[in-house]
Ligand binder design. Structure first.
Ligand code: C2E
Ligand code: CA
Ligand code: CA
Length: 616
């Protein structure tokens, strides 16, 4: 084992020993580095450690490792390009200081862009390979200014050097994109593949295997009232339960082809089963697996009300593709949940009647790509106005599908279908692109702009790429972040999943406002408002009844007051009547969105309205 020179403190020696053990103990060096960062973070009592490595042949750096005390990684995988001038300035400072750079809030130096971020103190340490700078480490304190001591700085330099010389070279010589893809291919919590990889794997398996006596069964399972488990026992327990379910599935299910967490507490399993097993046999198989899981988690929670709902469908049955079998298994799972009251088993086979308008759904999904190419999707904007004066203060982007025959299809009809197979990613990205382009056009023409909010489907928060996509759009169109907002429904935020937290934190770090949509439409938790980095609360249109009774009024006023106390902006949607508007003014809700002022309208018409307002 490496011995440090006498002047290095014994604790530092301990840290190095820990690193060496990690390398020996862990087969995967990437994981060893990540675990080491946790230990180092605690050692130096910082809030975050970020490693940025130079991208080959470029002025850009990519964040390859990140540890945060309070959240999941926020910038891992992202690339940043520094101006040559900044590189030179930093190199100059490293040289003068003897190998480090210190930033404190308010500094005007090369990292002054951090003044906008939640960083109080940061120390940056470069590491070199054959006298060429290859990476730097950033140790960050988010709460207070730090007076880093010479001892501390020496220790940091030593540790960074150690990782650079003894850990980095042990990594497999993979390209950046491969490393990143591998990481993104997995669900970080359960370590199961993500849905994309699941689909790839199952489809590949089917293409290569041909056993006439067997068939492939897709099972969809979820945990009843999972969000209540999170609320009651805390997220750690919730996480443990999900991890346990993942491992039980792997242990108990025979002939598993692949398994993934679709999102939240919903798991998909693909198994190879003998045809003779039939519905009854598969049901027994699934029931056994679910029961043994319930037995196991008795040690984690005492809750006897936890149950698993499962549905299954066979690929090839009724000509179902893998994707369609997932839709079928999902419908069956929901049916199992409904029937559970009358039944001891919560497992149900798919039957064609479950997806009543499956043909329509399939048709819609099939025509999504064509519609995108033909520009059949149109983005409408619905103004958000001040209750008192009707001054336009924003807009919400809402998608419309204009079929070639001129008829319109409304989002409620096609969004659920698109969400079931991932098309929603393409259409939402299309909407975002149109909104960004619209804002860019107005900015270029020197016309006034108001913030535009875009809806975020839950699918984005359980799959990868959303953060990277938005980051790309901001750069492509160079749009000030104040002009964009994202609307997320309350239920998504409640899931409390690492991927959701990651996305929310990232948006917050970028200073992009998040609004909680449809607040009050379902299971509403005021607690969630205090916990998440949201800026706007959007009261659901269910509150806007024809005649507001006293109870409605009390509820609305209390929510508005609470939100305002928490420093949130409040807007009410679905306002149609003047009496509703007057009441909102009394309740101190100053913004509304609704037919009373305008329905969603084409972008050109919205521009005209803005221009009209200017002339007033
Ligand atoms: P939402 O996000 O709650 O959007 C508000 C819906 O309320 C819109 O319906 C809007 O036209 C309607 N609305 C606005 N004011 C009034 C009013 O005064 N009275 C009544 N009765 N309705 C009003 P729309 O455009 O049909 O959209 C329905 C839902 O589809 C949206 O609900 C949203 O969840 C989803 N959606 C729409 N566009 C997109 C999109 O681009 N991406 C995603 N992921 N979802 C979208
Ligand atoms: Ca919305
Ligand atoms: Ca809404």
């Amino acid at each position: 084992m490496k011995q440090l020179e006498g002047r290095k403190k014994p604790v530092l020696q301990e840290l190095i020993n820990f690193g060496e053990e990690l390398v020996l103990r862990r087969k995967n060096i990437e994981e060893a580095i990540e675990e080491f960062l946790i230990k180092i973070g605690a050692f130096f009592d910082v809030d975050s450690i970020v490693v940025k490595e130079k991208v080959e042949n470029g002025a850009a750096v990519k964040c390859t490792y990140e540890w945060n005390r309070r959240s999941d990684p926020l910038t891992r995988g992202l690339e940043r390009r520094f101006l040559d001038k900044i590189w030179e300035e930093l190199d100059d400072i490293y040289f003068r200081n003897g190998g480090y750079y210190i930033y404190n809030r308010g500094d005007e130096g090369p990292l002054m862009m951090l003044n906008k971020a939640s960083v109080e103190s940061l120390i940056q340490i470069p590491v070199y390979k054959r006298s060429e700078k290859v990476a730097f480490f950033e140790f960050i304190d988010m709460t207070k200014k730090r007076d880093w001591t010479t001892d501390e700085i020496d220790a940091m330099k030593y540790i960074c050097g150690y990782i650079n010389e003894h850990m980095f070279p042990k990594r497999l010589p993979r390209t950046d994109t491969e490393v990143l893809r591998k990481r993104l291919d997995r669900d970080q919590l359960t370590k199961l593949p993500n849905i994309d990889r699941f689909l790839r794997h199952v489809n590949k398996y089917i293409a290569s295997e041909n056993d006439p006596d067997c068939c492939i069964c897709i099972i969809s399972s979820d945990v009843t009232n999972f969000k209540y488990i999170n609320e009651k026992y805390g997220y750690n327990t919730g996480d443990q339960i999900l991890k346990r379910l993942a491992s039980t599935i792997y242990l108990r299910m025979k002939d598993i082809i692949s398994c993934c967490r679709e999102y939240s507490d919903i798991f998909l399993i693909a198994v190879k089963v003998p045809k003779e097993l039939g519905n009854k046999g598969v049901k027994t198989l699934v029931d056994n697996c679910n029961n043994s899981f319930l037995d196991e988690i008795k040690s984690v929670t005492e809750d006897t009300n936890i149950a698993i709902n499962s549905g299954f469908a066979f690929v090839g049955d009724h000509d179902l593709t893998v994707e369609e079998a997932i839709t079928g298994a999902t419908a069956a799972r929901k049916a199992a949940k409904e029937m559970a009251l009358f039944n001891t088993s919560r497992c149900c086979p798919y039957d064609t009647g479950m997806i009543a308008n499956k043909a329509k759904t399939v048709e819609m999904i099939a025509s999504c790509d064509r519609a995108l190419v033909n520009n059949e999707f149109v983005v409408y904007l619905q103004p958000k106005v001040l209750c008192r004066t009707y001054e336009i203060v924003g807009a919400e982007a809402l998608i419309r599908w204009k079929k070639p025959d001129g008829t319109f299809v409304y989002p409620d009809e096609f969004i659920p279908a698109f969400e079931s197979n991932g098309c929603i990613r393409k259409t939402d990205y299309y909407v975002y692109d149109k909104v960004f382009a619209y804002l860019r056009d107005r900015l270029d023409k020197g016309l006034p702009c108001v913030p535009i909010s875009m809806n975020v489907s839950r699918i984005h928060l359980f799959n990868n790429g959303f953060v990277e996509y938005i980051d790309g759009l901001i750069k492509k169109y160079n749009i000030p972040v104040e002009l964009i907002e994202f609307e997320l429904t309350e239920s998504i935020c409640l899931e409390g999943l690492p991927s959701v937290t990651y996305t929310l934190q990232w948006l917050r770090q970028m200073n992009i406002r998040i609004s909680i949509d449809d607040f009050g439409s379902g299971y509403s938790s005021l607690e969630v408002l205090t916990r998440l980095p949201i800026s706007i609360l959007k009261l659901d249109k269910v509150f806007m009844k024809d005649e507001l009774n006293t109870n409605d009024k009390i509820i609305i006023s209390s929510i508005v007051e609470m939100a305002r106390l928490l420093g949130l902006d409040v807007i009410c949607e679905g306002v149609e009547e003047d009496a509703q508007r007057i009441f909102l003014i009394e309740a101190c809700c100053d913004k509304l969105q609704g037919y009373i002022y305008s329905k969603p309208i084409p972008m050109e018409d919205f521009s005209k309205k803005l221009e009209e307002e200017l002339r007033k």
